[in-house]
Design a protein around this ligand. Sequence first.
Ligand code: TMP
Ligand code: ASP
Length: 239
Amino acid sequence: MEKRELLYEGKGKRLYKTDDENVLISEFKDDLTAFNAQKIGNEEGKGALNCKISTQLFRLLEEHGIKTHLIETISDSTQLVKRVSIIPLEVVVRNIATGSLVKRLGLKDGTKLPFALVEFYYKDDDLNDPLVNDEHCLMMSLVKSESDLEELKRLGREINGILKKFFEKRGLSLVDFKVEFGIDVEGNILLSDEISPDSCRFWDMETNEKLDKDRFRQGLGGVKMAYEEVLRRILEKKD
Ligand code: TMP
Ligand code: ASP
């Protein structure tokens, strides 16, 4: 596969065209950003760790029937992926209240939610990715139909069920996460982007230690160590 020109550069990844118009190269960057890039950092090796973690998790989800954009990993920090048109929504699923949910609704940090809460945020940096409801999504044509919205919620919950169980076996509580979806040339909704400690919150079930990007957001240090620990646990063989 021949690497061609840069198609898009985001905060965490670069996407390159290839000689196949339906295939892109996704390169995971070492850059770290938080609060809509008001806080910026860099951690050598972070991109490769996220690439490995995301590859493992996408493969796990595929084994459970979730369709993804991932074709294969071609180096430490690059993947071949199917070209999709990204749905401009961040689908956030929460099991435990923390982060922006606690700030918005005044819940006690760490409260276990009675059910997995699915939220949509409109992907627009200029607007700071605002929370939107179903009617906002339809009014702005961010999705084609109500049934697509229902499908995004269903997929979010299904991914949550699979990942939560997988991480619990490895002593990690999946607090919340963000996923993105895209539509491929055949019109399928595919899980896209990445799932990594940049886009999830993991708390150690014994010590409550944070093993995700909150270490960077909150200036706790030990970012790379935390990502390495998440990868180590993912690679642990269980049953
Ligand atoms: P929040 O509590 O800040 O809304 O974050 C919810 C989850 O979404 C958390 O796991 C971090 C993830 N997330 C992203 O992946 N990208 C973002 O831009 C934001 C704000 C959160
Ligand atoms: N991803 C967002 C940023 O880059 C926010 C975050 O993850 O905290 O600024």
